[in-house]
Structures are given as C-alpha cells and as structure tokens.
Design a protein around this ligand. Structure first.
Ligand code: GLC
Length: 742
C-alpha cells in the first residue's frame, strides 16, 4: 500500500526527496541569460522623489528611469511609498526582457505611518523588547505600502553630540548599541524574508561614520584599527550575526580609504571573516564621491575601485550603469566579480518571494489597514513615555495634578505637530491632523475645570523677542508653567552637525524671563541629541528630556507629566557641560594624570577653566520614586578560568510611586596589555517595582565578557584585578574588586 501511495505522490507532486530547484540554482540560471548591461542594472538603485504619496504620479524628470526599468537596466528604486506607485513601477519591470522584479527601498528609521521616538530617544528606554516591537510595527506598515527594504538600523557609535546623526543611533556605548542593533534587525525581518510583513534590514553606515573629525558630517575618520575593532565594528558584526539582509557603507574615508572602496572592511571582514551572504549598497552617491575624496580620478575609476572592494549596489551615482559594462568588455574587470554581486542581489529578491509574485507587496486592503492602526498608535504612546528621561525633579512638582487650576504651556514647540516626527520621517499629507501636539496632549488630560494657557514666547532660532511680554503675562496668570524648548527637528539628523549645541536663538533668554516670575515650572527639552543648557540645568528645578517622540508625542508627554507613567529613561549618551568638553564619554581611559575629582585642574588631565565631569553622565535618569541598592554580592572574589561569576544586588523601591529602574553592571580591567577603559557596560536589567517592593537582581559574567582587542588585534582576556560595579547610572555605582585567574 505504501508503495502505491508514494508513486501517486511522485506522479502528483514530484519526488518529495528532490528539493525544489534551489534559489542558488535559479540565480545561476538567470545569470546565464543576463547581458552585462542587465547585470549592471541589477547593481543600480535610483531615487524617485515622487511627492504624491497616494497616487502613481510620475514626474517628468523620472521618465528616463522608466526607460531603464523597461530595458531591465535598473534593479531598485528608493523613496517610493505606496502600493499605487510600486505597482506601477513593477508593471514596467514586467515589460523587461527577463522580468526581474524591482526592489523598493525606503528610510524607515523610527516608524513609518506611525512614528516612534527618534532612535536616540528609543535607546533611552533601554528596553530591547519595545525597540524590537517598534520595528516589527514599522516593517508591517512599510511592507503594506509596498516597501521591501528599509535602510535601517543605523548602528553607528558616536561620542560627539555635535554630529547631527546621533539622533538616529543608540548613543556612545558599543555594548548597548550592539544589543539595540540586533533588536532592530529582528524587528524588521520578523519571521524571515518571504513573510509578507517582513522587510530587509540594512546595517549602516559601514563603518565608523560616527567618528567624523569634529563631529562634522561626512568628515574624515582616523581611528586605530584597534579602536575600529573595539568600539565601532561590534554593532555591525552583531547585526551580521543576527542575519541582517544588507549593509550600507558610509560616506567617510576611514584612515585614508573611502569606506565605499575599503576592501578590508567589506571583503576581508564582512564577506570573509564574518561570512556575510547579503549585499552591500553604497550610500547616496558615495561611489561617485570618491572623485571628490581624491581617491578616484573619475567615475570609471571609482566604479572599478568600488566593485572590487565589495560595494555591490550603487545608490544614485549611476556609476555602475555607466561604467561596469565597458570595464567588463575591455577585460578590466572579471565578470565573476560582477556575477557575485548580482547573485547577492537576486538571491534577496528570490528570498522576498518577488519572483514568485512581483506584486505580492501591492495590496490596497493591507495598505488601508495599516494607514491609521490604533494599536500601533497605542504602542507609540507607551514607547514615547518610556523614552523620556527625567533629569531633575527637585521641588517634586511632578507629577502634576490634572485638576491644577491653570497651566501655561510656553515655548516654540508647544503646538508643533510634524516636528514631533523628528528628521527621518516619511511625510504624509495628513500628518498635521494625525500627530498629537504637546498642547493637545496636555489639554486631553486636564480636568474640565482647569485652564490651559499657551504662548509661543519665541521662535526656535532667531533674535525675535517680541513675544516675550505676552509669554511672561501668560506665565503670571498660571499656577504652573511648562516650558518647551530645544532644537527643531531639522537641527539634528543628516547634514545637521552643529558647532554650538546650546539652546538656539533667544530661547534661554525667554526661559530666564519666565523664571523671574517665580512660578513653579517644568522644562521640557525637545532634541535629537544631547544639548548644552547649563543655566537651565543650574536654575530650573524640574527638567524632562523629551527628544522627539513621534505621532503620539503629546499624549506620551502628558502621561508622564500627570503621572500615568513614572519616567524611567536613562541617557544613552553623555551630556557635556559645553562644546569645548567634547568628546566626553563614560568609558574613557584613565591617562597617566587622572583628575582625582572633577574640580582638580593642576597638572592633571583637565581644563583650567572647566570641571571635568559631564553635566549628566551616561546611564543617568531619575524617577518619581527612589530606588535603593543594597546587599551587593559576588559569588567569588577569586574566580578562575571559565568559571561564571554571579553578581547580585537588591533594589528596593523606597518612594511613593511604582516605577521602572535600569540596573546597570559595569566592569573595569585594572591592568591590561593595552590601557583599558575606567568603566565598561557589561549588562543591564530593566525592572518594575511597586512602591515598597524589593527584588534581588542577578547578573553573570564569564571571561568572554572580559575580552578586548590588543595592539596586535588579538581578542583575548587577561587574568588580573577587575572592579565589578552595579548602580543606577555610570557614576552612581557600588564597587567590589576581584582577581580573575586564568
Ligand atoms: C542618505 C543617508 C542614508 C540613507 C540614504 C537614502 O544620504 O546617509 O542613511 O539611507 O541616503 O536616503
């Protein structure tokens, strides 16, 4: 009987044992049919800046792209954002000779139709689950709008808040940045490519883009190979190990080589040692920019250097379309190099299911469902409130009462809507109606017998003081004043480096005028980076850092202001006292002349005119309640070899509010074959404690956690003394010393 059944099955379905033709085989078959022009096309991506986000309106200047698509000479388009547009373009691709489907890419950086806190604000939540879930939602919404690929996560570590792109990263710490990068990749790719709600993620910008000299965007990077491996590469390696589908290289030169042409990072490391099987896309025009770098004499030379170095797809410079066919025909490039790159791109298109059905992401019903998803907004509201960092609450006027008789909201951001999107948001026509302003958020929660006054007070970045008087009068008429200041959404992000990161314009003057009224006040600071606000930090008793929180911003802020949510955010980046102190970061080396305390200045590593410590340290953030750390224990003070070291500490909520605390674990390797940081984050746990509740939190360390790159780039650990530290931020810690023997 079994034999009969088996033969019926084979007749009907083919042998259950002969695998479907593998993707690899399908790619090989396709490659064999392709011309070199078609291959160069698959390695090219062009922008389509269609303004209309609902219809397939094509602008005149894009017609040549349509011709290229129909000729099978263009493999990917970025910045299309609707089912209508992607369907129309895919239909053109289906008219080409080999009907190779197009790949649609988009910067989905912190949400799509529902936007979430800017990424540095998300990092302040220290909540990997929330971060992963936000990308899962972003991917679901983006895929429903026809997008196959997001150019995220940005995993650049940076220690320089003058650099505008700290806004889209996870701050200064490699350990935290690596974990967040992995959470984002998992969120975007979900259950794997081929699922209709999964999009390809893209680890960027490879590499060390955040180390730009002077924090000036696109500027040179010159770091030791050791520092490259120790600080900047680990988040990329973690993303590769997490299965990220693509990488994007960076604009900057690294130690004299433009990243786009850097075979060491792209071939030796990424595709070699790390075994990466996806593909690398260049950043916007960076192949052509090698001419500006003075690294290529023309775009032909640049194309050769880029493809040889492992840059698979050319975004926007047209260098590959214009040059690769000739370089192959004249024998300058071996077609095998081209075929490897094309194989990587086609493999992803197969994995996405686009060859089975090029229109599978083009579903109007799905797009409609994801256009204003209430569940996503509800999550965005929660995520926003969890990203807020309470910097000061000296007079404990927070949380405010909803029956406060009169509240005045004063400042240029109070009634802002689209500003809450931050820099990297996909603009939609209905944004102004969908985004909750701070004014609306507060108004929504105040009792009906209360009054909410508003005065703009100043603009963000000019010298206009004409609104001061009205603002002061408004403050005088209120019981509590909420000031909302900071930097505009287009003052951080790409190409938004700032030499001066104080409050811009006359905002600080406005703050001082309002402060003279003596009214109890709360300062909200809106920003995509650490700002310098010395006067406010020293004179305003209550300060919350609200970053830019996305679609539900006003509700998230109001939830914290009125106590529905007790803030638990912690800074993912050190806040400097002034620009002159930059770079200032927690995991610095001790130097030969460390300053014993922040006020030391004579013949130690310090400035004669500034205290050494930062304004606010890495990992810092307050709560409406208090957390007491006690009973800090280690399983051994002399661990040996691969023995696991257990660390425990009891945390007690001693205040009057339930709340969340991020318990942090740091180490210090006292002596190394290269100097070691005074502190390194090696673990954290975010816990929720009801008031009065206590919990013992445990961590474990093993020698893997102690490894570092030495001057020969070997990655090992050494026996010796270590400090083990636990605490509420990188400065406020308890310390125990151990000796770890090999
Ligand atoms: C930009 C950015 C990059 C982005 C790309 C596409 O220049 O550097 O992060 O993904 O171009 O918009």
């Amino acid at each position: 009987m079994k034999k009969i059944l088996l033969s019926i099955f084979i007749m009907g379905f083919g042998s259950p044992f002969s695998a479907q033709k593998s993707i690899d085989q399908k790619v090989s078959d396709l490659l064999a049919k392709m011309t070199v022009e078609e291959k160069a096309g698959q390695l090219s991506q062009l922008n389509s800046d269609w303004e209309d986000l609902t219809g397939p309106i094509l602008q005149k200047k894009d017609e040549d792209k349509v011709v290229l698509i129909q000729q099978g000479k263009l493999g990917s388009i970025l910045n299309v954002r609707s089912v209508a547009q992607t369907r129309m373009l895919q239909e053109y691709a289906m008219k080409s000779r080999l009907r190779i489907p197009l790949l649609f890419g988009q910067d989905v950086i912190h949400g799509f139709r529902t936007t979430f806190p800017v990424n540095i604000g998300q990092a302040a939540s220290w909540d990997l689950n929330l971060i992963e879930k936000s990308e899962r939602i972003a991917a679901t919404e983006a895929a429903a709008f026809g997008i196959h690929w997001t150019f995220a996560p940005m995993v650049d570590i940076s220690r320089d808040p003058r650099w505008g792109r700290v806004m889209e990263g996870s701050g200064e710490d490699t350990y935290l940045g690596s974990l967040i990068g992995v959470a984002r990749v998992k969120g975007f790719q979900g259950k794997g490519l081929g699922n209709i709600d999964a999009v390809m993620a893209c680890a960027k910008h490879f590499a060390a883009y955040g180390a730009a000299v002077g924090g000036r965007d696109y500027n040179s990077v010159d770091v030791s190979l050791r520092q490259l491996h120790e600080t900047y590469l680990p988040p990329f390696k973690a993303a590769a190990e997490a299965g990220v589908a693509t990488f994007m290289n960076s604009f900057n030169d690294i130690n004299g080589i433009p990243a786009t042409a850097d075979a060491y990072i792209q071939r030796d490391l990424l595709k070699g040692k790390w075994g990466f099987k996806g593909f690398v896309v260049s950043d916007w025009g960076s192949i052509g920019e090698m001419v500006n770098h003075g690294y290529a004499k023309d775009k032909t030379d640049a194309s050769l250097k880029a493809i040889l170095a492992g840059s698979d797809m050319d975004m926007e410079s047209r260098a590959y379309i214009e040059n690769l066919p000739q370089l192959v025909k004249e024998g300058t490039i071996d077609i095998k190099i081209i075929d490897d790159a094309v194989r990587r791109v086609l493999t992803k298109k197969f994995e996405l299911g686009l060859f089975d059905d090029p229109f599978r992401f083009c579903n109007d019903d799905r797009q409609k469902q994801q256009t204003n998803n209430p569940e996503h907004r509800k999550f965005g509201r929660e995520f926003g409130s969890k990203s807020i960092v309470l910097l000061k609450n000296e007079t404990s006027i927070l949380p405010l009462s909803k029956t406060t008789k009169t509240i005045a909201l004063i400042g240029p951001f109070g009634k802002e809507t689209t500003a809450n999107h931050g820099f990297w948001a996909v603009p939609f026509k209905d944004d102004k109606d969908r985004i909750i302003s701070q004014y609306d958020g507060i108004k929504n929660q105040l009792s009906k017998n209360s009054t909410l006054l508003y005065a703009k007070g100043s603009n963000v970045d000019d010298e206009d003081r004409s609104m001061f008087a009205e603002a002061v009068e408004t403050a005088r008429n209120a019981d509590v004043v909420i000031m909302t200041l900071g930097e505009g959404p287009n003052m951080s992000g790409e190409a938004k480096s700032r030499s001066n990161i104080h409050f811009s314009g006359v905002q600080e003057e406005l703050l001082k005028e309002i402060s003279k009224t003596g009214k109890p006040s709360v300062l909200l600071i809106n920003a995509g980076r650490p700002l310098v606000f010395d006067w406010a930090a020293d004179h305003i008793p209550t300060i919350m850092y609200t970053w830019w929180l996305g679609t539900e911003a006003g509700n998230s802020i109001a939830d914290v202001l009125f106590g529905a949510v007790n803030p638990g955010g912690k800074l993912p980046m050190t806040f400097p006292r002034t620009e002159g102190q930059i770079p200032v970061y927690y995991n610095h080396y001790n130097t030969g002349r460390p300053a014993a305390k922040s006020t030391d200045r004579n013949y130690v590593s310090a400035y004669i005119d500034l205290d050494n410590d930062p304004k606010y340290p890495f990992g810092y953030g307050l709560s409406y309640t208090n957390f007491n750390y006690s009973d800090f224990q280690l399983s051994s003070e002399h661990p040996t070899g691969n023995q696991e070291l257990k660390i425990s500490v009891t945390v007690t909520n001693t205040g009057n509010f339930d709340g969340e605390e991020v318990v942090q674990l740091y180490i210090r390797d006292l002596v190394g074959k290269v100097v070691r940081p005074v502190k390194e984050l090696k673990g954290f746990q975010k816990i929720f404690l009801k008031k009065g509740e206590r919990r013992t939190v445990t961590f474990s360390l093993n020698p893997e956690s102690l490894k570092f790159y030495d001057d020969q780039l070997s990655y090992e650990w050494e026996e010796g003394e270590f400090d083990i530290m636990v605490g509420t931020d990188s400065e406020n810690v308890q310390t125990k010393r151990i000796y770890w023997k090999k």
